[in-house]
Write a protein that binds this ligand. Structure first.
Ligand SMILES: *Cc1c(COP(=O)(O)O)cnc(C)c1O
Length: 273
């Protein structure tokens, strides 16, 4: 059973209720973070904490707990779940607003969830995405606003695709909830602007350092035509090959060896975490 922490109290997750004057509910004012555990330990904890703190700061929301206190809560929740590994979700909203607009004290929710891994088949076959002209507002904040992809769910399904690849004026940023990479020869290239700085992205760039020339820079749509491989990264997806972008087939239309190599490196790191 999953447990959760809400404003100082730990209870079974399904007993937590958030009040109706919460600014996340009323005004969409909220942010979150999400990570997995490996061997029962939070993966890349320092980096996720840093990002959560950064999102909170940019949204002008003071964090009710410090890093060590939060870690203790996380470990307690993992322990209570009784599961070997879980996903951990943090949600921080503007809190209860008596006047329905002002931030008084943020609400902090921390819950564990089941991990929903990507299927073996998706790694073997790769995924298809469709292009969408869109750029996320305050892209460096892990905002709870995923309006765009939810709105586009039917269009994604109709195209037989799995996700959106956001671009604006021909410059690619990221997928709806994961980052984007292309491989050209020995170059590993990933957009540097209008993105959420993914921890998996950061991990993969670090793992790739010895074998690739890593480039963090604007990536144009026109560069997709001669890309050998493309893939996306996130905590859940790890390193997931992209074989089709709209009408364009990437490389041979099947996952390539370099994305596979990076996934193996990632799995090695996680396995020994
Ligand atoms: C969470 C997220 C990512 C991926 O971040 P990870 O830390 O690797 O899970 C990328 N883009 C967006 C918009 C996200 O919300």
């Amino acid at each position: 059973m999953h447990y959760g922490y809400f404003n100082g109290t730990i209870t079974p997750a399904d007993q937590i209720g958030v009040g109706v004057t919460d600014l996340g509910l009323l005004r969409g004012y909220g942010l979150f973070d999400y990570f997995l555990t490996y061997n029962g330990r939070p993966f890349q904890w320092d980096w996720y904490w840093q990002r959560f703190q950064n999102s909170a700061m940019r949204m002008h929301l003071p964090l009710p707990l410090g890093k060590e206190e939060t870690y203790a809560v996380v470990m307690e929740l993992i322990d209570q779940s009784g599961l070997p590994d879980v996903a951990v979700r943090f949600v921080l909203t503007g809190g209860y607003a008596p006047d329905s607009i002002s931030v008084v004290r943020p609400n902090l929710l921390i819950i564990t969830e089941d991990i929903h891994p990507v299927t073996h088949r998706q790694y073997e076959e790769g995924i298809k995405v469709i292009l969408d002209e869109y750029v996320r507002e305050m892209a460096e904040v892990k905002s709870t606003n995923y309006k765009r992809v939810i709105l586009m769910a039917d269009a994604i399904k109709a195209a037989g695709a799995q996700d959106l690849l956001y671009q604006k004026g021909g410059e690619i940023s990221e997928l709806s909830r994961s980052n984007f990479f292309i491989i050209k020869g020995e170059r590993l290239i990933t957009p540097n602007r209008h993105i959420l700085h993914g921890i998996t992205r950061r991990t993969v760039m670090q793992l790739a350092q010895d074998d690739f020339q890593v480039q963090e820079r604007p990536v144009l749509l026109s560069e997709l035509y001669d890309a050998d491989e493309a893939f996306t990264t996130s905590s859940t997806k790890k390193v997931l090959p992209i074989v089709q972008i709209g009408d364009l087939t990437i490389g041979e239309g099947k996952p390539g060896p370099k994305a596979k190599y990076l996934l193996e490196r990632f799995d090695d790191l996680a396995k020994n975490w």
